[in-house]
Design a protein around this ligand. Structure first.
Ligand code: HEC
Length: 405
């Protein structure tokens, strides 16, 4: 793990500031997950099992694990603080910015994000919220985060300042078990309040930036502590266990637990990549292709890889001449590593499948395999190759690699 600098977290704020400008020059036709650049928040869709709601800078989307996304919101507005009602999956609250400029105020949808009603212009004349939380104990109680903690007791119509925040707050959660217990993930650490936000104390003893906090319906708490990793505890005790440290210099900015399968988690990396874990957060894959990423498919992909690719790309994809990954021979480049030591992860799933089926125009040895392999088999090989990648490479896959050093 690199020493903690402020630099990576500055990115969140730089981005929020950029989003606040309300850029309207955003392309409307986003069709696949890897084109969605800035995901602020996710939610597990209860109406469309297996799919995720993505609140982004370019609207609200529904994403399936095969990669395609559809926009639910009519406009490409910037949805910040997006929250789903804890007992009615058709009701959403959000805040944010209009694509054409200006604030959305506090808005509510009763039809799963298709149409929105404005509940409040803004809260006490202050700016929009970058995080919101609806209490599971009393869904009329809504918390909003801007420079201070704002509280509504009528479902988001009227707002009062609830108190000071303990620090520069990135994310916020309301306890699933106690009305007055609140959690704030701040640059200065993870904080807890037991009196509805009047006073705060450190909730995780390492004073490192906390980039997200989530209180699940069953009383599980999750937080991401930069420099430590993903940690979890059970309310009301804050006896934290480290779930995973395998994030390198990347981190999670949001996380949700699948209400139907508590071991299944979904997260958003700081790069905007949507990630999935099937083992309670210990190991992660990209959400795209996550349904395929079973031990059986990986084993099938591995066998195909060993039969068709390994002679050139090496055992477990280490490459033809791992010591010199950009070496050339009389045909052009030698077969590069496909694990994460070179730049295989600069390609999207789709791009990898196409290269496997149609070959490389730059080298006649990398022949297209479409007479030999079906598209499904090519996808199995991609699933195997991705199982060799770290969280970092998965979070930086495709066009996102431009934002990763
Ligand atoms: C006969 C040798 C050979 C075989 C067999 C082979 N490849 Fe390649 N592959 C290459 C070479 C050489 C390149 C470099 C081409 C280039 O740079 O344009 C390459 C490039 C690639 C790339 C692009 C990598 C990048 O970083 O841009 C991918 C992906 C790839 N191969 C996957 C596969 C898969 C999967 C298989 C098995 C289905 C396979 N290859 C079989 C020789 C081979």
């Amino acid at each position: 793990m690199r020493p903690i600098g402020k630099r990576p977290l500055v990115a969140i704020y730089a981005f929020v500031a950029w989003a606040a400008m309300g850029s309207s020059a955003i392309a409307a036709d986003i069709a696949s997950l890897n084109e969605v650049q800035n995901v602020h928040a996710i939610a597990v869709s209860e109406n469309d099992p297996g799919k995720l709601l993505l609140a982004t800078h370019q609207g609200l989307f529904l994403a399936g694990p095969d990669g395609p996304v559809t926009r639910l919101s009519k406009d490409a507005d910037d949805f910040e603080g997006f929250s789903v009602h804890p007992t009615n999956p058709d009701i959403f609250l959000s805040s944010g910015h209009l694509a054409k400029g200006g604030n959305l105020g506090i808005i509510r949808s009763d039809d799963g994000g298709r149409s929105w009603e404005r509940l409040a212009e803004d809260s006490n004349g202050s700016r929009d919220f970058h995080a919101m939380a609806i209490s599971r104990i009393d869904p009329n109680v809504v918390f909003g985060i801007n420079r201070a903690l704002q509280v509504s007791r009528d479902g988001g119509r009227s707002w009062k300042t609830g108190g000071m925040l303990p620090g520069e707050t990135f994310d916020f959660a309301a306890s699933a078990q106690d009305m007055d217990t609140l959690y704030a993930a701040t640059r200065q650490g993870l904080y807890v309040s037991r009196d509805g936000g009047k006073t705060w104390s450190l909730g995780y003893l390492v004073r490192q930036p906390a980039t997200m906090v989530h209180a699940a319906a069953d009383g599980s708490l999750y937080a991401f502590i930069y420099g430590v990793g993903l940690v979890s505890a059970k309310e009301p005790n804050l006896e934290w266990k480290t779930v995973s440290k395998d994030f390198n210099d990347r981190f999670l900015v949001d996380l949700k637990v699948d209400p139907s399968f508590p071991g299944r988690l979904y997260g958003v990396a700081d790069t905007g990549a949507v990630m999935a874990s099937k083992d309670g957060g210990r190991t992660w894959t990209s959400f795209e292709g996550s349904q395929r990423a079973t031990p059986k498919t990986i084993a099938r992909g591995r066998k195909l890889f060993e039969e068709t690719c390994q002679t050139c790309h090496g055992i477990r994809g280490v490459g033809e001449r791992p010591e010199d990954m950009y070496a050339k021979d009389e045909f052009g480049f030698v077969a590069p590593p496909l694990d994460d030591s070179a730049h295989g992860w600069h390609h999207s799933d789709q791009g990898l499948v196409e290269t496997i089926l149609t070959g490389s125009p730059r080298n006649e040895r990398m022949i297209g395999q479409k007479d030999n392999l079906s598209r499904e088999e090519a996808k199995d090989i991609v699933t195997y190759i991705k199982s060799l990648w770290s969280f970092r490479s998965l979070a930086c896959q495709g066009s996102r690699h431009m934002n990763c050093k």
